[in-house]
Write a protein that binds this ligand. Sequence first.
Ligand code: ADP
Ligand code: MG
Length: 376
Amino acid sequence: MIYLNRQISPGSTIGIIGGGQLGRFMAIAAKNMGYNVAVLDPTPDSPCGQVSDIEITSPFHDLEGIKRLADVSDVITYEFENIDYEALRWIEKNTYLPQGSQLLLQTQDRKTEKQAITNAGCRVVPYQVVRSQEELTAAIQKIGLPSVLKTCRGGYDGKGQYVLKTIEDQVNAQDLLKSGECVLEKWLPFDKEISVIVTRSSNGETKTFPVAENIHRNNILYQSILPARIQTEVAEEAEQMAIQLANKMDLVGTLAVEMFLTKENEIFINELAPRPHNSGHYSLDLSITSQFEQHVRAVCGLPLGSTALLQTGVMVNLLGQDLNILEENFSLLKDAKLYLYGKKEAKTNRKMGHMTFLTEAIEQTEKKINELFGVN
Ligand code: ADP
Ligand code: MG
């Protein structure tokens, strides 16, 4: 790995590809540190556009838009993962993209992502690549049931996935195959889901955030609990694995590592995201440095900040259907910090915001939230 050792000083302009909530928090962190921010997104007045100095409205694949972003930016980063190959190569060649394109390209596809994880010496759940109905049948024979079929590309928040419980379920899984290559994964009866955010600066410094314990609802992150209620040695191993992945994959910037933990304390890597992550939102309030500030520091070649936890707590996502719970219970904010992302339309399952409860009474808080959200 050749370290870039190029410092982007405050006062410079950071260009962000993607205008969602991750970009918005990156932009706020950058503005706090005295940078200017330009953002490219297909939709005007995006969550990030609302807080940026320059807003470029253009499709992600349109090189003209990307050139306009490059013209005004001293460094480019991204929050959107599905930048197409041509655009990415142009950016890498013609602008300063300290994160490079390799990690993004690898993690855009579940197949190459799993290969990279395995090559880095980490474990993934047993899987088979599936391209046709015949291959699906053969894969079920090998992997067994229950298992889950996932599209290699474009999936998020449980989209592009189908759980197979019986052999007949194959028929319903066909639609996924039509959209391209898939992987069939063994369904892992995990004890917990955990994640680690690791950041590596363009000057080579690496730091992890404490392990989060993640609870999903309908395959969408619901709560993150900090710190994860796991043994210290297991937490250390999880952080070590994230560092190993970062090193082997030549990370610059942020990598979120989602993991499954079994009852026997075995860790399997579920998936990677080469960017700040929903399960790291807690760091805005519970950590000395947030994952977004750390990301800005990393791509600008500044020293990384302390990731120490200041306070234990619970982060809870607010989806479109949850907003009325907040509106009827503003008293919740006595113990919590509120973030709303500035999205215009509150669609079902759309991430509209989150709250972070700063508390030592984790179980009590979990129970209170579950009651309000109607979760058992
Ligand atoms: P994405 O987050 O991109 O939608 P994931 O692969 O992380 O896709 O799947 C979403 C959630 O579905 C996971 O966080 C986990 O709760 C569940 N899940 C996915 N794959 C498995 C598996 N092989 N075994 C058990 N649960 C799984
Ligand atoms: Mg996931």
